[in-house]
Design a protein around this ligand. Structure first.
Ligand code: ATP
Length: 263
């Protein structure tokens, strides 16, 4: 087996007395697509933030290529949030270029001359890859929700990250647009050999996109002290090796879909 790109070893995350995550032990190979599902507040975003480097684990270690995870975001990891706020005074092309400018000139946030010309070309390529070539000169307020998420993906990918972190990236989009976005993200994942971590509340999205699904839940509950125990990865499901999803998982998905219809 090849060396893991990410190793999570005995990781705990606590906020004061509140234990959010406990005893996480997980290895991720380069090129995996991990869907992270679990109840609201179980610690999915906390886990993603630790992978991004904006949060530090309370205990244990997280390794990137065998070395401690850098404690700040850098170009190895790109992130896309559910709600994207692009700079409103910059057009799509300038917004994507800005991401690249900060990656190559973190202090100044600006590049000049030939480097700028090259960056402009790369940004245009990125916009083309996400299907926004025709909207390069439009401002964020002139883009639909789906287009704004495409822009967010282009901005994350301009830094050429090896790891892409997605925090409910399609949660606010209409079902038809979500489908298009699923196709896009699968293409980008495969073509660029990315390692992807995606939080979703939609189980069927998690199972259809991911090569592996982590289900976070609390195996232990103290009713008098709900914050005493944290969530763990209670199911770690390798989609490729499962010929068929187990009945229980399939029925979970069906239940969720039925609940959506009922709303
Ligand atoms: N900076 C913080 N300080 C204190 N508590 C926090 C902080 N960040 C998160 N929490 C708490 O940690 C718990 C897990 O939060 P987190 O956002 O990781 O959950 P989540 O699974 O992503 O939730 P959701 O699905 O609702 O987005 C929550 O109870 C939250 O209130």
């Amino acid at each position: 087996m090849s060396k893991a790109i990410i190793e999570i070893k005995q990781v705990w995350k606590e906020y004061g007395d509140h234990v959010v995550l406990e005893k996480l032990n997980l290895n991720v190979q380069a090129g995996e697509f991990i869907s992270i599902v679990g109840a609201s507040g179980c610690g999915k975003t906390s886990l993603l933030n630790m992978l991004l480097g904006t949060e530090k684990q309370s205990r244990g270690s997280i390794l990137l290529d065998g070395k401690p995870m850098p404690q700040e975001p850098n170009a190895t990891r790109g992130i896309v949030f559910q709600k994207y706020s692009a700079f409103p005074h910059l057009n799509a092309l300038e917004n994507v270029m800005l991401g690249g400018e900060f990656a190559s000139s973190p202090l100044l946030g600006k590049v000049f001359g030939n480097e700028r010309k090259k960056l402009r070309e790369q940004a245009l390529e990125m916009l083309t890859a996400v299907g926004l070539a025709d909207a390069a000169l439009r401002y964020p307020s002139e883009l639909s929700g789906g287009m704004q998420q495409r822009l967010a993906i282009a901005q994350a990918l301009i830094k050429e990250p090896r790891i892409l972190l997605l925090d409910e990236p399609f949660g606010a989009l209409d079902p038809g647009i979500r489908k298009d976005m699923h196709k896009l993200i699968r293409e980008l994942w495969k073509k660029r050999g990315l390692t992807v971590f995606m939080i979703t509340h939609d189980l069927s999205e998690g199972f259809s996109l991911g090569s592996r699904v982590w289900v976070l839940d609390k195996p232990r509950i103290d009713p008098h002290q709900p914050e005493r125990f944290g969530a763990q990865v209670v199911y770690d499901i390798d989609i490729n090796s499962e010929h068929k999803l187990s009945n229980s998982i399939q029925s979970l998905i069906e239940k969720q879909q039925a609940a959506k219809v009922a709303v």
